[in-house]
Every structure is written in structure tokens, then in C-alpha cells.
Design a protein around this ligand. Structure first.
Ligand SMILES: Nc1nc2c(ncn2[C@@H]2O[C@H](COP(=O)(O)OP(=O)(O)OP(=O)(O)O)[C@@H](O)[C@H]2O)c(=O)[nH]1
Ligand SMILES: [Mg+2]
Length: 430
């Protein structure tokens, strides 16, 4: 059966390099299709060309063919930015070079990939026109780059080149792609029971479950366990009548306080959003960041980031509920900005705290890029599930299954307290 893996689950491979080095030719060569237009003219590719394919044994991938970085047309800046955006989206970067040219553009790609912590594979193309020069080899070795020499027009050697390309790619791939962290499988013993508390409210899509819920059900089945899926209203009735205590209860963050109240002590429980924070990003970092809530002052601004764009409805979680809960917790009206979909503010420095959704529609790479951007701007970035359970006073219970993250938040809160005490002592002295 044809693989229908959604883009969120595909390895994104960005192809970068100067104009005319043969980026699009290489994509066509690998996919054995005319996906991208090629020509001897510089600046042929003007926008990112996306090609999804099955690259066995690596699995489903997305190639991103980009515009040449030294393209000097009028639209250069726009194209340049799109190419940079592709770098943000890629898990692996393929840098195409010619056998005898190494310029500032090659240096730029190496630097940008390094900054984003993306592995890079160099492809020396056009070896039919000349051998790899000593100078380019020196640069490749000097940067510690894995590379491959080929001619993307040599169809007679296509199979050999593609095999070598896949092997090298596999060697540079990030470990978290080959060994993806579990969503919850490590918390689900075989033959256990898992309860999922799923509110069917106005925000629930009509007639179906959302991705985190479906993924969770699948993981329960893969763990040879069983699953109870129940709304929050029926949950107290069923939890008392189950043939065995659940090994894990997972709820939507919006009903976390009620779920915790209804779950007998000793039963592990958490939220979908917390599980996704661990799966897509860095739960411990998100927990540490949640402590910044305590330090928010009335003039501070909070940024809410949602991965999917949707028309907000009444009582929207990001626009209404979190702002309301946070303002109630702080005792003053907190200032918020909300961005959704692909929008991401270019300047994060004006924010004191970022609260990101679970990111179920983002790939891990995209979430980590966002985390890195926040870190670079010195802004704490937490997650919906963590912050909601914090504001609702149940964070200790729902973070208990993740000891490192639990202690990260506990320690951060302790440091806040010590700092406040020091500040108060200072104020008294003056
Ligand atoms: N001799 C030779 N020519 C090649 C090879 N690979 C690509 N070319 C030629 O180089 C030219 C540029 O190829 P493209 O694939 O359009 O280059 P590109 O990097 O995508 O260029 P831009 O989209 O403009 O950035 C075309 O005329 C290709 O036929 C190769 O291995 N050997
Ligand atoms: Mg091209």
C-alpha cells in the first residue's frame, strides 16, 4: 500500500548551495522524476520546491529544493529568506558544491547548519567536469563534513550514487530521528489499562478525535495494553468500576484539575500536552520556564504560540482561557500577544515568557528550532500543559511521572523564592 505518512512524520532534507551547482538536478536524479526545473541559467529555482518520497530504508522523506544563495535577482532578499526558512524546517542539510569552488556561501551554509544543530552532508557535484580540488577537500575536511562525489547527470551510475547518498545520509542523521522518543510507551506496561479523558466541547472537531488522542490510542495498542476513552463527565463513574487501576490516566489540559481530583492517589496521571512537550520538545526546559510565571510583573508581555491556525471560538484555550487563568493567578491583567500557524515574531526580546501549545502538528525539529530561538533571545519558553497544571495547582501530580522535569520546576521555584527573599532583605537594609 502506498505510504501516506503525513508531512509531520517525514524526515525533511533541505538542499542548499550556490545557484547553478545542480541542486534541482540532484533532486530529479534521486527522485527519478522531473520535479524541479533545471537550466544553465542562474536563479532557475525561485521558491522552495517540495518533493515527498519514500527513501528506503530511511522511510518517508520530504526534499526541500531551495533557491541558489548567490542569486542576485531583484527578489534576492525574499528568496534568501525563504531558503533560510527551509533551513529552519530541515532535519538534515545537503550542501551541494562544485569540485573546485568554495566561497563565502558554502561557509554560510555550514555556519547556519551548525547554529541550528542540523547535521550536514556535502555533495560534490559535477565531477565529470573536474576532480575535487585540494582546496575544496581541505575545506570539507576542515569543517569535519561527510561528503560524497557524484555527477547528477550520470544516469548509468544512478543506482550506485543513490545507494551511497542514502548510506552517508543515514550516518549523519540525528539520533532522535532514528530513535524517536516515545510519546508514552515507556509509561504503559503490557496488559495494563490506560484511561484517556477527552472532553467533547465546542473546540473538538466534529465527528473525529484529534491527533494527540489518536496517537495515544495507537501507542496503547502497540504496548499490548487496553484503553478506556471517556469524557470528563463520565470519568468519575468509570474510574470506580474498572476491573483494574489504570497504569496511566491522560487528560486534555483544560480538565486537568477535575481529572486530578477524580483520580485516586497512587495512579499516575498527566496531560496530552505535557506528553507532547516531552515528545516534540524539551519537557524539563518547559518546566523550568514555567517558574517564570512567578516573576511576571504588570508591565511584562507574554507570547502565546499555537502551531495550527484556526478561527478562535468563544473560550479559546490560547486566547481566552490561558490569559484568564494567568491573570487570575497573578492578580492583575497580563499583557498577551498570540501568534498561530507559521507566524513567528522576528523579535522575541520584548517578551518575558512564551507559552507554546503541545505542537502536535509540528515536527520535533521545528519545535527545537523555536526553543533555540527563544533561548537565543533569553526568553523562557514553556508549554500549555505545564503552565495550565501550574496555574491550576496540580503540577506536582501531573509531573510526577517525569522526575527530572518535576525537580527542575521545583528547583526553579525554590530559586525564585530565595531571590525574592534576598531582594526583600536588600530593600529592608536600604
Ligand atoms: N556537467 C554537469 N552539469 C550538471 C551536473 N548537475 C547539474 N548540471 C547542470 O548545471 C546546470 C544547473 O543545474 P540546476 O539543477 O538548475 O542548478 P541549481 O543549483 O538548481 O540552480 P538554481 O536553481 O539556479 O539555484 C544545468 O544546466 C544542469 O544540467 C553535473 O553533474 N554535471
Ligand atoms: Mg534549482
Amino acid at each position: 500500500m502506498k505510504d501516506k505518512a503525513p508531512k509531520t512524520h517525514r524526515l525533511h532534507i533541505g538542499i542548499f548551495g550556490r545557484a547553478n551547482v545542480g541542486k534541482s538536478t540532484l533532486l530529479n536524479f534521486i527522485s527519478q522524476q522531473d520535479v524541479s526545473i533545471t537550466s544553465p541559467q542562474k536563479g532557475t529555482t525561485t521558491d522552495v520546491v517540495v518533493k515527498t518520497m519514500e527513501l528506503l530504508p530511511l522511510g518517508p522523506v520530504v526534499f526541500l529544493d531551495t533557491a541558489g544563495l548567490d542569486d542576485t535577482s531583484l527578489l534576492q532578499e525574499k528568496r534568501f529568506n525563504k531558503t533560510l526558512r527551509a533551513l529552519d524546517n530541515a532535519e538534515v542539510c545537503v550542501l551541494i558544491v562544485e569540485p573546485h569552488i568554495w566561497s563565502e556561501y558554502e561557509d554560510f551554509v555550514v555556519r547556519e547548519a551548525e547554529e541550528r544543530k542540523i547535521p550536514l552532508l556535502a555533495v560534490v557535484n559535477k565531477i565529470d567536469k573536474g576532480r575535487l580540488s585540494l582546496e575544496v577537500k581541505r575545506r570539507l575536511d576542515g569543517n569535519g563534513l561527510a561528503y560524497l562525489e557524484l555527477c547528477a547527470l550520470d544516469t548509468a551510475r544512478r543506482d550506485e550514487y543513490i545507494k551511497a547518498f542514502k548510506e552517508r545520509l543515514r550516518c549523519v542523521l540525528p539520533a532522535d530521528f532514528l530513535y524517536e522518543p516515545p510519546l508514552a510507551a515507556d509509561l504503559i506496561p503490557a496488559a495494563s489499562l490506560v484511561a484517556l479523558v477527552v472532553p467533547i466541547d465546542l473546540q473538538a472537531p466534529r465527528g473525529r478525535l484529534i491527533l494527540p488522542q489518536v496517537k495515544m490510542i495507537r501507542e496503547v495498542l502497540d504496548s499490548n495494553a487496553a484503553c478506556l476513552v471517556v469524557k470528563e463527565r463520565e470519568y468519575p463513574y468509570f474510574i470506580k468500576r474498572l476491573p483494574q487501576s489504570p497504569a496511566l490516566v491522560v487528560c486534555d489540559s483544560q480538565v486537568v484539575r477535575q481529572m486530578v481530583a477524580d483520580t485516586p492517589p497512587g495512579i499516575k496521571c498527566t496531560t496530552f500536552s505535557i506528553l507532547f512537550s516531552r515528545y516534540k520538545g524539551d519537557l524539563t526546559e518547559a518546566c523550568r520556564a514555567a517558574a517564570a510565571v512567578d516573576c511576571l510583573a504588570p508591565e511584562d508581555k507574554v507570547l502565546i504560540l499555537e502551531a495550527c491556525s484556526h478561527h478562535p471560538i468563544e473560550d479559546d484555550i490560547g486566547r481566552v482561557k490561558i490569559p484568564r487563568w494567568l491573570s487570575m493567578y497573578k492578580g492583575f491583567k497580563v499583557n498577551f500577544d498570540t501568534y498561530s500557524g507559521w507566524d513567528f515574531p522576528s523579535d522575541l526580546s520584548s517578551y518575558k515568557l512564551i507559552i507554546h501549545c503541545g505542537g502536535c502538528m509540528l515536527r520535533r525539529r521545528q519545535m527545537l528550532t523555536r526553543l533555540n530561538k527563544a533561548k537565543a533571545a533569553g526568553v523562557a519558553m514553556t508549554n500549555y500543559g505545564v503552565v495550565i497544571s501550574f496555574l491550576q495547582g496540580v503540577w506536582e501530580r501531573v509531573l510526577e511521572p517525569f522526575p527530572a522535569s518535576f525537580w527542575a520546576l521545583k528547583e526553579a521555584l525554590k530559586r525564585n523564592k530565595e531571590k525574592r527573599r534576598e531582594d526583600e532583605d536588600c530593600a529592608i537594609k536600604y
